[in-house]
Unconditional design. Structure first.
Length: 259
């Protein structure tokens, strides 16, 4: 028999995953702590199977403690529950490209907080893989507050204040459409995808970081004591760094113009 509290916990996580991933098939259609009989007719079991078909190798409608399905469900919702919806003061936003990349920004090594440098630091943004030279668009109205400036492995970065948040558009080319002091509009072309030199993994991407502006000063910090950390591991970034994943999941519903 399934404990009512256990079923409710799974249903809540499935609802969060459905909302965050924009996948209605993952919604159990209610939190009642019950599994209908026969199980094949249970909307909760159907939601579990839909989740398994996306994220695991076995589809059996069962979530056992410490199973691959349980771990995958926790991973899919670990940061999303409190931030599934953008804050109400967010400006109208769009995705920074006219199409969604073929590789998910929610999976390692592209995801926020993925390990870097052998696990000694964490990834401070989401990587959106696109070919070298692909145009990048501003996600919202704003003003360029810094850049372009050298960033990483012979790429550059722009920092734009978008009102409710600031964004760093990293790993771009040195020649940009906008510069410090320029105003930008949502969907406006601002830069081109750069190419990391000396990296032996896929190296053409937009590295996208978000900050809630509760702190001031340089975005990259040299001391772990000045940085946001998770489980004792540093991002080497200013402490107002936020996970852009849930916002990107929303913005992909409003793509930038293709021209």
């Amino acid at each position: 028999m399934n404990a009512k509290a256990d079923v409710e916990a799974v249903q809540q996580l499935l609802q969060c995953a459905a909302r965050t991933l924009h996948a209605a098939a993952l919604d159990p259609h209610g939190i009642d702590g019950a599994i209908a009989h026969p199980p094949a007719r249970s909307s909760t079991v159907q939601a579990i199977e839909s989740f398994q078909s996306r994220f695991t190798s076995a589809v059996d409608g069962i979530i056992a403690p410490e199973s691959a399905t349980w771990d995958a469900l926790l991973h899919a919702t670990r940061d999303a529950a409190p931030a599934a919806a953008s804050p109400p003061n967010d400006p109208p936003c769009c995705f920074p490209f006219p199409v969604v990349p073929g590789f998910s920004w929610e999976e390692r090594p592209r995801s926020f907080a993925a390990p870097r440098a052998g696990g000694s630091r964490l990834h401070a943004g989401c990587d959106l893989y696109f070919p070298h030279g692909t145009p990048i668009h501003a996600v919202a109205d704003g003003k360029v507050i810094r850049g372009p400036y050298p960033f990483y492995c012979e790429t550059y970065a722009l920092e734009i204040d978008h009102g409710a948040f600031s964004a760093r558009y990293g790993e771009i080319q040195s020649s940009t459409n906008v510069h410090t002091g320029d105003s930008v509009r949502a969907g406006q072309k601002i830069a081109l995808v750069g190419h990391l030199v000396g990296i032996h993994v896929p190296s053409d991407m937009l590295h996208f970081e978000l900050y809630d502006k509760s702190r001031t000063g340089p975005l990259t910090v040299a001391s772990s004591g000045d940085s946001l950390t998770r489980n004792g591991v540093s991002f080497m970034r200013r402490k107002d760094l936020v996970d852009p994943t849930s916002r990107l999941n929303q913005w992909k519903m409003t793509l930038s113009p293709s021209s």
